[in-house]
Design a protein around this ligand. Structure first.
Ligand SMILES: NC(=O)c1ccc[n+]([C@@H]2O[C@H](COP(=O)([O-])OP(=O)(O)OC[C@H]3O[C@@H](n4cnc5c(N)ncnc54)[C@H](OP(=O)(O)O)[C@@H]3O)[C@@H](O)[C@H]2O)c1
Length: 324
């Protein structure tokens, strides 16, 4: 039988909330297309920390109780079927984007996924499909923070976690927008930080970055390891702290910072508006931003990819290849 019409598909599934042990490679029912959605044949998926944080049960209220769950937000693939007459997409088209895994949606760690077109884009000419896939969540999350920081030309920007999934893209975006980047990473990633264009590199395992009092116009905390309270010390007057940290505390701090006359704080969080995708695509087409792929795993090996994602010690992005 033609695989496209088969009722079963291969997927990487979680049977309940928990650690690595709750996930396995499995055959599950192929999802059925519903109104307004599109059925996508997934070619590649990229992993992000939210994949294991959701699996651990961090946001059960957003995630619904139905198991097994398939995680994986970022994908590139081919449109198999559409269920929306007005759609500007067409069957057979190569697309990339974000499979909304919140509120019970199925992710991209499977051969097929039924996806809401809101965060789906046609794959632009001039962008490698793998790069498109690798850039979605990390690139759009990073871009939102960089947009909020205003004009970056000749600004001294410290990027904490400059070679991680978000950090290595924000480093390139900041340089593309004229910023002077001090990259903070572990010593083993210093070469990569220089290759990405950082003007200087600090090994956080050897040097305390908080010693550089009043030096930076912007501190972009890609690793979410600093805090506004700590970062204020190394910011110039009118300086900006921007973080990928999520939750009530940073949200309140960012709001309260609006009444601070000396420094301000913004959250760098995924927005995925059309103009954000367009800006990211333009940066990639012009070769100013190019994702670094640390390692690609097969769908069967996804457990190993999660192990590394959760342990750390890599740079750039981890990819899952589902089919050619
Ligand atoms: N990716 C997303 O879509 C997304 C969306 C929203 C929020 N976030 C949040 O943003 C954070 C980063 O995400 P990511 O995708 O970039 O993760 P990642 O790929 O795992 O990168 C994390 C980076 O943090 C660095 N790091 C670890 N400890 C550090 C320290 N003490 N000081 C400075 N750097 C340190 C690591 O550098 P070394 O390897 O050199 O040590 C690594 O490069 C996570 O907390 C995540 O939950 C991510």
């Amino acid at each position: 039988m033609n695989k496209e019409n088969s009722e079963m598909m291969k997927a990487w599934v979680a049977s309940k909330y928990g650690g690595l042990e709750v996930m396995a490679f499995a055959e599950i029912e192929k999802p059925k297309i519903t109104k307004g959605k599109m059925l996508i044949e997934i070619k590649n998926a990229a992993l992000n920390p939210y994949d294991y944080k959701l699996r651990n049960g961090i946001a059960k209220w957003m995630s619904r109780k139905k198991f097994p769950k398939v995680y994986g937000g970022d994908f590139v693939g081919k449109v198999v079927k559409l269920q929306d007459d007005k759609s500007s997409f067409y069957e057979g088209q190569m697309v990339y984007g974000f499979a909304n895994i919140f509120f019970g949606g199925q992710g991209s760690l499977a051969e097929y996924s039924v996806i809401n077109p809101r965060f789906v884009r046609p794959l632009p000419e001039g962008i490698d499909p793998i790069d498109a896939c690798a850039s979605v969540s990390a690139g759009l999350t990073g871009l939102s923070g960089i947009q909020k920081c205003g004009n970056l030309r000749n600004k001294q920007i410290l990027i904490n976690g400059a070679t991680g999934g978000i950090g290595h893209l924000v480093t390139q975006m900041s340089i593309a927008k004229g910023g002077i980047v001090t990259a903070v990473c572990s010593g083993k990633n210093a070469e990569l930080a220089k290759k990405l264009g950082a003007a200087s590199v600090i090994d956080y395992q050897k040097k305390n970055i908080l010693e550089q009092k009043g030096h930076f116009d912007i501190v972009y905390d890609a690793a979410a390891k600093l805090t506004y309270t700590k970062a204020k010390g190394i910011l110039k007057k009118q300086g900006i702290y921007c973080t990928t940290e999520e939750g009530i505390k940073p949200t309140c701090q960012a709001l309260l910072s609006k009444v601070n006359p000396n420094t301000s704080m913004f959250l760098s969080s995924f927005r995925g508006r059309v103009q954000d995708f367009e800006e990211l695509e333009s940066l990639m087409i012009s070769n100013q931003v190019k994702p670094v792929i640390y390692k690609t795993y097969s769908l069967e090996e996804t457990g190993k990819a999660f192990e590394l994602l959760e342990k750390g010690g890599f740079n750039g992005k981890l990819l899952i290849k589902i089919r050619d």
